[in-house]
Design a binder for this molecule. Structure first.
Ligand code: PEP
Ligand code: MG
Length: 596
């Protein structure tokens, strides 16, 4: 989408293009537009005598592509997150379903290996693109990338996408950019990235954030506006790319970039101080992670522990379910990085339409309301038992707590506790060490639990508010829909009333309560929640320093006074407005990433 510009590359006026703010920071520089990779081959029908040889050629291409990727991962500069992405690609390359589909096309349809690979990849990618889940949709690009690597191996194309050797600093512009493209280009000369494809949760965005390269992804029509050499301002905080900016826009962009960097450095410098309100009350800040290697990053950003480890990511992008031992090893890695700090594992939250390894699930017409999370776990208890055992074994190595997502009824909860006791007995029978006591908690993210918190709280050892789902189910708004995004506000008074009820219920039952939904990453929302009585928050690790700083600037009395006033309001807009009018001026630098 463009604002105030023309659709012609020839037009000299500045053009602002909107996209997704995928990695923070602001950078200015000349564009380098990457052409899409084109690999040509001849579609050849095979003679019977050629078929076995063609299957072997395909198998060799898989091995070659894996070798190439491995050597990329072994580069000394590859970070842990880049390596884990490469591992995911390696698993996809070795996927048996893909291999049998390609072989079938070679044997049955007599297609040459290149043709069979292209067709298989098209089918896999199209199935994934049609999924409702944005994470799965994004995986279709990963499949396209894998297909590209196989075609390169088969055709002997000289290299993967012909990437320029960067001699000077540029803003890289492309239709799509894979994480391995980023890895191959290196950080040295990359000022910023702008692409037409991608989302905040795609692997390219994850790598860009890890490399700290300001990035705007998902910019519609970017390539029709930008030519190599065009000057660009890439604002990774607001998600805007300015093409051919005026001198004033450039100096303003550079200035904002510098201020953002200064703010980040300043906040990081102070990150290990104790978090307190301006009036002195201590607040506890934890981090949410999806992979074990993020634990060290969280600690470096001041986390006192992990309040949410989304373990379902161990199950994605693979055809074989993770074993108990594999999960145990992963969990141990996170605990070691935490050096005694607490870690709350969340049992897997997956299901609905998501494929899970080689399990074939019944079709779910409405996945968010279907066989998801705990419902799936109770339908397939061995999955949950395996995970419980891995977590219990890990409890011998650190401070482990376990929580269960999407609990809806007490019947379910009692069933979970029964399985948990069985997993404890299994571990003991094998004489494997575990902590004498591992607290088991409930995620409060379905309105039924929030409404009956007085009945649930006494049966759980701790509680954690999942406001992403609580908002989705209270307001009947699909949290994955970009069109409905503005309707899904955690500031809605109905959501706030439920949250307040949960805070009071947890207090009455004397149960620790944390919040781990995205609301805990929003400085204004955190102040409101402090005013409502919350004292522990778990959030994206990167925002910890900002939240810490925001809390330092507000007293408990102020937060409580505003919260009380807010509980009388009737719309999300009024709530936001009142919060902003009281606190935004004091948090201006934090709310705008150091910018005006
Ligand atoms: C939530 O629902 O708020 C939550 C933290 O869990 P997830 O976002 O993984 O569903
Ligand atoms: Mg949830």
């Amino acid at each position: 989408m463009s604002e105030g510009g023309s659709s012609s590359k020839l037009q000299a006026a500045a053009t602002h293009l909107r996209g997704i703010a995928a990695a923070p920071g602001v950078a200015v520089g000349p564009a380098l537009v990457l052409a899409p990779q084109q690999i040509s081959y001849v579609r050849r029908s095979l003679r019977t005598a050629e078929i076995d040889g063609e299957v072997e050629r395909f198998q060799e291409a898989v091995r070659d592509a894996q070798k190439e990727l491995r050597s990329m991962g072994e580069r000394s500069s590859a970070s842990r997150s880049e390596q884990s992405i490469i591992e995911a690609y390696l698993l996809m390359l070795g996927d048996e379903t893909l291999a049998s589909d390609v072989e079938l096309r070679i044997r049955r349809d007599r297609q040459c290996a290149e043709w069979a690979v292209s067709r298989s990849i098209e089918t896999f990618a199209a199935t994934l693109s049609a999924q409702k889940d944005p994470y799965l949709r994004e995986r279709s690009h990963d499949f396209e990338f894998i297909g590209e690597q196989l075609l390169i191996a088969l055709t002997g194309a000289s290299s993967r996408r012909v990437l320029p050797r960067l001699q000077e600093s540029v803003v890289l512009v492309a239709h799509e950019l894979s994480p391995t493209d980023l890895l191959a280009l290196g950080k040295e000369h990359l000022l910023a990235i702008a692409t037409e494809g991608g989302t905040r949760t795609c692997h390219t965005a994850i790598v860009a954030r890890a490399l700290e390269i300001p990035s705007v992804l998902g910019v519609d029509g970017l390539l029709t506006y930008v030519s190599s050499g065009d000057r660009l301002v890439v604002d990774g905080l607001r998600g805007v790319v300015t093409v051919r900016p005026t001198d004033e826009m450039v100096s303003c962009g550079l200035d904002r970039g510098r201020r953002h960097m200064a703010l980040t450095r300043h906040l990081l410098h102070d990150v290990h101080r104790q978090t307190t309100l301006a009036s002195g009350e201590p607040i506890s800040l934890l981090a949410n992670i999806e992979f074990s290697h993020e634990a060290a990053f969280a600690v470096a950003h001041g986390a006192e522990g992990i309040g949410l480890y989304r373990t379902e990511f161990l199950y994605t992008d693979r055809s074989i379910l993770p074993s108990e031992d594999e999960q145990f090893e992963q969990f141990r890695e996170a605990l070691h990085a935490l050096e005694g700090r607490p870690l709350v594992f969340r049992t897997f939250d997956m299901g609905g339409d998501k494929p899970i390894g080689n399990l074939t699930l019944p079709h779910q017409p409405n996945p968010a309301l279907g066989l998801r999370a705990i419902r799936l776990a109770l339908e397939y208890p061995d999955l949950l038992l395996t995970q419980f055992r891995a977590m219990l074994r890990a409890s011998a190595e650190g401070d482990v707590r376990i929580m269960v997502p999407m609990v809806t009824s007490l019947r379910e909860w009692h069933e979970v506790k029964r399985l948990f006791d069985r997993a404890c007995a299994d571990v003991d029978e094998r004489h494997q060490p575990r902590a004498p006591r591992t607290p088991l908690g409930i995620m409060v993210e379905v309105p039924s639990v929030a409404l009956l918190i007085d009945r649930f709280a006494p049966h759980a050892e701790f509680l954690s508010l999942g406001t992403n789902d609580l908002t989705q189910y209270t307001l009947a708004v699909d949290r994955t829909s970009p069109q409905l995004n503005r309707l899904a506000s955690h500031f809605d008074p109905a959501v706030l009333r439920l949250i307040r009820g949960v805070i009071l219920g947890a207090r009455a039952a004397d149960r620790p309560l944390t919040i781990c939904g995205a609301m805990a990453s929003d400085p204004l929302a955190v102040i409101l929640l402090v005013g409502l009585g919350l004292r522990q928050f778990s959030m994206e690790p990167a925002v910890l320093p900002e939240i810490k700083e925001a809390l330092h600037r507000v007293t408990l009395a102020e937060a409580e006074e505003v919260a009380e006033e807010i509980m009388n309001l009737s719309s999300a807009e009024d709530v936001e407005h009142l919060l902003a009018s009281h606190f935004a001026h004091r948090l201006l630098d934090l709310l705008s990433g150091g910018m005006d």
